[in-house]
Ligand binder design. Structure first.
Ligand SMILES: Cc1cc2nc3c(=O)[nH]c(=O)nc-3n(C[C@H](O)[C@H](O)[C@H](O)COP(=O)(O)OP(=O)(O)OC[C@H]3O[C@@H](n4cnc5c(N)ncnc54)[C@H](O)[C@@H]3O)c2cc1C
Length: 436
């Protein structure tokens, strides 16, 4: 039984409170919106900002309408771990359904997407602590190690993506825990400071002339005579095109998207500042970390190397830091008993969006352009898909993506309220205990 930890943490993302690097995104002035914009983007996270940058650079008049504060969705709450997110794309189910060629093309495109974002950050000089630190994925059960190696071998036949096998005997060079049974290192994966990346995107978009408008929830979009009227409280704007970039925060205003997404809350904690030897006793090479459990956790040192940032599932309805901070801390201490006396300074959560086929989706529905459903791996994907959807609006051939070939399906009688999640979580809990 682990001790209950004191609840003196700040309930806010570490990234925004991190005053030593002043990452808090600036507050944007409320623009007096014009009557017309070429493109209205609904949602001010990575997807929306990335799309806005591509569109204003092409000379279009662009307004980004954000319900709350810009970036206050998942984009400044994320762990900032960056990789190609092959995720379940290699799964045989997808191959059976869509064919090997299509799935392999998507795997290759995922690597290209990751490379694109790294190059974009460097070319634009975005100061966001980009580190190509690599990622260790630990086998959480003895049976999982062989599967990890198999997966890496299969991937290597499709893409040039280096992976290093780490046997159980070698794993202490990668992770200071006895709870793993070997693992794989993906040395080319990376990490960013998500709020600094977001601030960089906002600065570029605003400098290039995009109108970034906060506190403006969109209530409804009507299509008439080939144009759209976008309604928000106390006003409306006409647009040639509309992009929906609302991901895990998609609400009833866009029920056609809501019913295709499974919103899930993900949570994180940040420890107090720790000496270098304690940080390295967790992550000797200062990498990002994940594992093979179904209800997996992820963790990394903060960019300044002083804290451990640890994330995983959240509990209950709504944002319940009292529940998830305790759960995550207990999980962390089970993996790393050396952290038993460590204080938690921050706890926060945010919404991600899963899809029924575990694939992110991009395209056009009811005349509305959209990019969403990143299934928890959205830092790279949202930036890349935001650019792609903008290229589609511009009618450019570069807007073509293999991901538009996967139909974006909901389920009969499902309207966007994932009532089935608690049962699925219980099942995953059992499977994790049994090592299935
Ligand atoms: C705790 C946590 C940890 C994560 N860790 C990682 C990680 O380590 N690596 C990784 O790759 N991914 C991670 N993710 C996922 C990643 O952060 C997201 O996939 C990504 O940020 C999605 O960006 P987005 O712009 O599409 O959506 P968001 O950033 O969520 O933005 C959507 C915005 O739409 C706005 N909105 C919704 N409805 C309306 C409306 N009607 N009108 C106006 N605005 C509206 C919302 O207010 C919100 O600001 C994590 C997510 C969370 C929550």
């Amino acid at each position: 039984m682990l001790a209950k930890h004191s609840s003196t943490y700040t309930h806010a993302p570490y990234w925004l409170e991190d005053t030593s690097i002043a990452a808090a995104p600036a507050t944007f002035r409320r623009h007096a919106l014009p009557a017309f914009a070429d493109v209205v983007i609904v949602g001010g996270g990575y997807t929306g900002l990335s799309a806005a940058i591509t569109l204003v650079r092409a000379g279009l008049k662009v307004a980004v309408l954000e319900a709350g504060q810009l970036g206050n969705g998942a984009s400044t709450r994320t762990g900032g771990m960056l990789g190609p997110s092959f995720s379940k794309l290699g799964a045989s189910g997808l191959e059976r359904q869509y064919g090997r060629d299509q799935v392999h093309a998507s795997i290759k495109e995922s690597l290209a997407a990751f490379d694109w974002l790294v190059t974009f950050i460097r070319d634009e000089n975005i100061d966001c602590d980009l580190q190509i630190c690599g990622r260790f994925r630990g086998a959480s059960h003895p049976k999982h190690y062989a599967g990890l190696v198999e997966q890496a071998t299969a991937l290597a036949k499709i893409v040039d993506f280096p992976a290093i096998e780490v046997s159980p005997g070698q794993q202490h060079g990668e992770v200071g825990s006895n709870r793993y049974y070997g693992g794989i290192v993906y040395p080319t994966d990376g990490a960013v400071h998500p709020a600094k990346l977001f601030r960089g995107l906002c600065q570029i978009a605003q400098n290039e002339g995009a109108m970034l408008v906060e506190q403006t929830p969109v209530r409804n979009v009507e299509k008439q005579n080939g144009q759209f009227t976008v309604h928000f409280d106390n006003g409306q704007i006409t647009a040639g095109h509309v992009i929906i970039a609302t991901n895990g925060y998609t609400n009833g205003a866009f029920s056609q998207f809501k019913r295709r997404l499974i919103p899930i809350r993900s949570a994180m904690i940040a420890t107090e500042e720790l000496p270098d030897q304690v940080i390295r006793s967790v992550s000797p090479k200062l990498r990002c970390h994940g594992s093979t459990e179904r209800l997996s956790v992820y963790y990394r040192p903060s960019p300044d190397g002083k804290r451990i940032l640890f994330g995983g599932r959240a509990f209950g309805r709504g944002d319940r830091p009292d529940l998830y901070s305790q759960y995550l801390r207990n999980f962390m201490v089970r993996l790393f008993p050396q952290l038993a006396a460590v204080k938690i300074d921050y706890a926060w959560s945010g919404m991600i969006a899963y899809t029924f086929d575990h694939v992110p989706h991009i395209g056009e529905l009811d005349g509305l352009h959209y990019a969403m459903g990143y299934c928890g791996s959205g830092v790279g994907r949202s930036n890349y898909f935001g650019r792609k959807i903008a290229q589609k609006v511009l009618g450019l051939a570069e807007g073509r993506t293999t991901f538009e070939d996967y139909p974006f399906k909901g389920r009969p009688l499902y309207s966007g309220n994932p009532w089935f999640l608690p049962a699925i979580m219980k099942w995953h809990e059992l499977a994790d205990r049994m090592g299935w």
